[in-house]
Ligand binder design. Structure first.
Ligand code: MN
Length: 356
């Protein structure tokens, strides 16, 4: 297991590589070239520049989160082949630069959404929260506006301004796309990229839908044990795996996250894990919480034990943290709470291992 942290390059992070290097046990970062539009090739020069920056700080860059999938691929348009070719060129460059694992998602239009990015919770810290009833009342415009205005001027991954122009048109497009048709587009993509991933020794981990509930009548992709099974069976390969995001899956109380971890880790299809806890306020509503089991509804011990019992040997990162101790930063991606999360999770990992 390697513990890593997400980090945003190009001066777009309040957290520095030097700070990350000083968190005990953290060996590297998950990062990406956030300024390159989805569908364009990541050049070797750009990849090596960021890799060198990471390496010079004493950290590894073995995980990319994410290479975004161009919407034309998701829609199954004729231009998809060109964008898939570009995607594979990016994969080859990343593999040549020593990258081992890629996280991505196939969610249509919207990458993730929260109704409040800085909700004060009981202990006075600020956490991201989600209300499904509230989300259902939003128009695309009001949702986009609330994410932008609520972000304190930090860019939000998945909410890059380049995406806004076409979102309304894209949502309209998907109203006529059935779940089955959408899965055909996923299969077309996987049939093209997974053989390339095998050739380049790259593990792919699809990120679950976040939140796991439908919005704007868009197709859902990966939000429970059945849909993960279905997604991974579209192209059966060890390289076609899951980024197990406990917070995204755990937002649906019906999901048994430890059981999901056990099933897919046993198949060797969990290269990357996001560990985060959520505290429900109703069946569908929740706020993110500190990582320890007692702070939320997920049993982190059970999840880590399930991973270990089933041979997991990939990358783990503490997912979103709260804003604590007056820190100002991109929602979910401050330093302090994620650093606390990393050391807590390492403690759990060590205790599980030594008690085996
Ligand atoms: Mn996640």
């Amino acid at each position: 297991m390697k513990m890593i942290l997400r980090w945003f390059p190009n001066g777009d992070d309040t957290v520095t590589l030097e700070q990350i290097r000083q968190i005990p046990g953290v060996s590297g970062v998950a990062t990406f070239l956030s300024d390159i539009p989805a569908g364009d090739v990541w050049s070797m020069d750009r990849i090596l520049a960021v890799k060198n920056e990471v390496n010079e700080a004493g950290l590894e860059m073995e995980v990319i989160e994410s290479i975004n999938v161009h919407e034309d691929i998701k829609k199954g348009l004729p231009t998809k082949d060109m964008y898939i070719d570009n995607y594979i060129k990016t994969m080859k460059n990343l593999a040549d630069a020593g990258v081992k694992c890629v996280c991505y998602n196939f969610m249509p239009v919207l990458d993730w959404y929260r109704s409040d990015l800085y909700l004060p919770i009981e202990d006075g810290s600020l956490a991201m929260s989600y209300s499904h009833d509230f989300a259902k009342t939003l128009t695309l415009e009001s949702m986009t506006e609330s994410m932008i205005n609520g972000s304190n001027n930090f860019t939000l991954p998945g909410w890059e301004p380049e995406r806004f122009g076409k979102m309304a048109e894209d949502i309209a497009f998907y109203q006529n796309v059935s779940q089955d048709e959408y899965f055909k587009n996923i299969k077309y993509f996987l049939d093209a990229i997974i053989p390339a991933a095998e050739e380049f020794d790259l593990d792919f981990g699809v990120h679950p839908d976040d939140p796991p509930f439908p919005l704007f009548n868009l197709p859902k992709v990966v939000n429970n044990q059945d849909s993960i099974r279905k997604y991974l069976s579209l192209h059966d390969s060890k390289r076609n795996g899951l980024t197990l995001c406990t917070g995204s899956l755990g937002a649906n109380k019906n999901n048994d996250v430890a059981s999901i971890a056990a099933e897919f880790a046993a198949e060797g299809k969990v290269p990357f894990v996001h560990l985060r806890n959520v505290k429900h306020t109703s069946e569908t509503d929740f706020h993110e919480s500190a990582h320890p089991s007692e702070c939320g509804d997920l049993d982190m011990y059970a999840i880590i034990k399930a991973l270990q019992d089933n041979g997991f040997d990939g990358y783990i990162r503490p997912d979103h943290g709260r804003m604590i101790w007056g820190e100002k930063g991109r929602p979910g991606y401050g330093l302090y709470d994620r650093a606390l999360g990393a050391t807590y999770l390492e403690g759990l990992w060590e205790a599980c291992k030594k008690s085996r």
